[in-house]
Design a protein around this ligand. Structure first.
Ligand SMILES: NC(=O)c1ccc[n+]([C@@H]2O[C@H](COP(=O)([O-])OP(=O)(O)OC[C@H]3O[C@@H](n4cnc5c(N)ncnc54)[C@H](OP(=O)(O)O)[C@@H]3O)[C@@H](O)[C@H]2O)c1
Length: 404
């Protein structure tokens, strides 16, 4: 397994931090952790799409040098308010390239990539190209182009630290091990089952026909953004994570197992060839993996208490039933192909279908149908450059939108 980051013995001094997607669920949790460690982190850049109200609150608190707003009108509004409040020390960047310009202007030490979906691809990749320490929560770019991220990190010297809780858990389990490729026999990613796949008797996919967006986003364990919550409900989230894990840890799909674990206490486990297995546990709160990545290779407080196994009482695990989880099945089939082209199509079609479902334009159960049709169309050519993948993403989105 490729080490994602090399251990450092340096004691942490104050580091500058950019949070991309600062107004989202991961972004807010990151700022919560940063606030607790103001002696070690200074927040110099924030970015959002259009949520000016929340961005303004964050600017008042952290006084960053730059704020990037993708939506031009929203950015202009923010600038006006900042001027009227005497906060024009924070410069506003707007437009589609605002987040990448922010990275180039500031060249911060650490970047949290927490934009949702492939919208975060350019900025996360730019952060890697610039050789920064990139804490990556934004899983979709890793699904599409994990191999390019790793190549770019090798070239630029960037550190790529996984923040997605399962991948961060794997990283914690293998950290410090030498020659991990030979020593690891398998990794296990756990899945809560979202709101629908938790009961002893799993529902058939067809029985979920009437599911509404409100029901789908109501995740029982995690408090997350709308898109990832729907992905958890369809089980596509675990499918994306499966591909993300194969890409991040250079593993074939048969070395990555998925287990349903409704309590969300064990986030991942690594089996070693000598019969040892190491699991990472914690309360389902993203501040745990965020704090781990921010403090790495040290540790500091996240604001989350340790798990009490006595209180939890019972931990249960079972294999998923791919028959009732068509999204997970599609993602597993794509993972087997090890094709960035297919992974990009899967991700793009899923993003379009989920957005349509959230907007009330597509029934829940039709999400995998749209994805399957986009995947069926054309072949899985190799794509070794970002431009080709971006073209494939665009075309898959166009097809998925038509199907919707
Ligand atoms: N939430 C979790 O617990 C969790 C756990 C593991 C991994 N992740 C991954 O982390 C990423 C973020 O998830 P989240 O749940 O935090 O999402 P979220 O709550 O929906 O927040 C998304 C963030 O991205 C910004 N954004 C959306 N579209 C954008 C665009 N086109 N250009 C620029 N910025 C844009 C949003 O700005 P506005 O607020 O202005 O719209 C917001 O700041 C996802 O890839 C997700 O899979 C999340």
């Amino acid at each position: 397994m490729t080490r994602l980051a090399g251990a450092s013995t340096e004691e942490a001094s104050q580091r500058s931090l950019i949070v991309l997607g600062s107004t989202g669920s991961v972004g807010c949790n990151t700022l919560d952790v940063a606030r607790r460690h103001a002696d070690q982190y200074s927040v110099v850049g924030l970015s959002a799409r259009s949520n000016v109200d929340r961005l303004l609150e964050q600017i008042r608190l952290f006084r960053p040098e730059f704020a990037a707003v993708e939506n031009v009108e929203a950015g202009a509004n923010l600038e006006q308010v900042l001027t009227s409040e005497g906060l024009s020390g924070t410069k506003v960047l707007t437009g589609a390239n605002a987040a990448t310009t922010l990275l180039e202007e500031l060249k911060a030490d650490v970047v949290m990539a927490a934009i949702v979906g492939s919208a975060g691809l350019h900025s996360a990749f730019r952060a890697v190209e610039l050789g920064l320490t990139v804490l990556i929560a934004n899983k979709e770019p890793l699904v599409m182009a994990g191999h390019l991220f790793k190549q770019a990190a090798k070239q630029s010297g960037a550190m790529l630290l996984p923040v997605d809780s399962e991948h961060n858990a794997v990283f914690q389990c293998v950290a410090g091990a030498n020659a991990v490729d030979q020593s690891v026999s398998k990794i296990v990613l756990t899945a809560s089952g979202g709101p629908f796949f938790r009961a002893a008797k799993l529902p058939s996919w067809a029985s979920l026909a009437g599911i509404t967006p409100e029901q789908a986003v109501a995740h029982p364990n995690w408090n997350m953004g709308a898109k990832i919550s729907v992905d958890s409900a369809t089980m596509m989230n675990k499918g994306l994570e499966l591909i993300e894990a194969c890409n991040l840890f250079d593993l074939p799909v048969d070395k990555v197992e998925i287990l349903l674990h409704p309590q969300s206490v064990v986030h991942a486990m690594v089996h070693f060839v000598d019969g040892s297995s190491i699991a990472q546990m914690g309360l389902p709160d993203m501040r745990v993996p965020i704090a781990h990545a921010m403090a790495w290779p040290h540790r500091f407080e996240s604001g989350v208490s340790n798990i009490s196994l006595a209180e939890v009482g019972q931990l249960t695990f079972r294999e998923p039933d791919y028959q009732c989880m068509p999204c997970l099945r599609l993602a597993r089939d794509v993972a087997k192909e090890q094709s960035p082209v297919l992974a990009t199509k899967l991700n793009a079609a899923n993003e379009v279908a989920v957005e349509a479902f959230l907007a009330g334009k597509l029934p829940f159960v039709k999400i995998p149908e749209v994805i399957a049709k986009v995947l069926d169309d054309g072949n899985g050519n190799r794509a070794d450059d970002m431009e080709t993948l971006i073209g494939i993403d665009y075309e898959a989105r166009r097809q998925a939108s038509q199907l919707v």
